[in-house]
Design a protein around this ligand. Structure first.
Ligand code: GUE
Length: 300
């Protein structure tokens, strides 16, 4: 069997089109322009690339975009003061503080200083608790993007066996909650899981989110299973020339694609959906802030 490739790049473009439609309607009918503020502390080159790309796409769908760039040695109090200002600015509907933060800053403290209703990453403890109890929340972008692709491919996920590899607060745990919400039987596997291969072999849905290049080989995959690869790992690619690198996922793509029913590529899979869902969450936050109905097709 050769897997269907789930084209996250194309799917993300359709999500952004939907977002742009909602933004246009908010402007025309209500005179409201959704706005996203992104805060970047320090000069991590990869983070700078993501932040630029987020800003560009935010503007493309017609929303307001603000980038706040702070020095790497910014005191915590200054960052908290900025967040407080953004929390109280009615033009700002979404706030994203780019992670990871420099070591001297307490990530939990900073994230929990964001007003939950503006927490478009869905990392605030209130949103985590709301998601875990099945209440309306802001849902983390990467798991939301994965869920959208899975629902699109399968229709209903009810009763499917799902294995999430990775237990991070950003991907693994919220992904498990969303799959449970869609009535999957969910296993969360991680570095201490005994006989990971056997656990993964039971799965109809495998979500790999560990950050280890190509760690899931094809012979772990049940024939016909759907494989969602969240990993984005840059590895050396001497075959492309000296000093060159390339992106690979957490699954060994070729061997997994040979047995899976469907698979997301890296790049062009989960990554673009993450940014599209950030824009979707910003529209959702804007609608909620204004007492307007939720945008259809953009929420969990
Ligand atoms: N508060 C916070 N929220 C985040 O959502 C967040 C963050 N911090 N810190 C960094 C990570 C990383 N991240 C990515 C988003 C899109 C791509 C993406 O679109 N990747 C392209 C390829 C990009 C390339 O070519 O380098 C793809 O997979 O096709 C990647 C990575 C969001 N993050």
């Amino acid at each position: 069997m050769t897997a269907t490739v789930i084209d996250g790049k194309a799917f993300a473009a359709t999500v952004r089109e939907k977002v742009a439609g909602h933004v246009a309607r908010l402007k025309e009918e209500h005179g409201i322009t959704p706005g996203l503020a992104v805060v970047l502390v320090g000069e991590d080159p990869a983070s700078q690339v993501y932040v630029r790309s987020k800003g560009k796409m935010t503007v493309e769908v017609g929303m307001n975009s603000w980038e706040h760039k702070l020095d790497a040695d910014t005191p915590e109090a200054d960052l908290l003061a900025l967040i407080d200002r953004l929390n109280n600015d009615p033009a700002v509907h979404g706030i994203l503080v780019q992670l990871p933060l420099p070591k001297h800053l307490d990530e939990d403290l900073v994230i929990n200083a964001i007003a939950p209703a503006k927490d478009v990453d869905g990392f605030h403890i209130s949103n985590v608790g709301l998601l875990g109890t099945g209440q309306k929340s802001m849902v983390p972008c990467t798991p939301l993007g994965c869920l959208m692709m899975l629902r699109d491919h399968h229709g209903s996920l009810s009763g499917m066996d799902a294995v999430v590899i990775g237990r991070s607060n950003i991907v693994g745990k919220p992904m498990a909650q969303l799959l449970l919400g869609d009535s999957c039987t969910v296993t969360i596997a991680h570095s201490r899981t005994k006989d990971l291969a056997e656990v993964v072999r039971r799965a109809d849905i495998v979500v790999a989110a560990v950050g280890r290049p190509e760690m899931v080989p094809g012979d772990w995959i049940k024939p016909g299973a759907t494989v969602i690869d969240v990993g984005i790992n840059r590895i050396d690619a001497p075959e492309k020339g000296e000093g060159k690198s390339r992106l690979v996922g957490d699954v060994a793509y070729d061997s997994c694609a040979a047995v899976a029913g469907a698979i997301t590529p890296v790049p062009g899979g989960v990554g673009p959906m993450t940014i599209a869902c950030l824009l979707a969450n910003t529209v959702t936050a804007c609608c909620r802030a204004n007492g307007l109905p939720e945008p259809e097709g953009l929420t969990a």
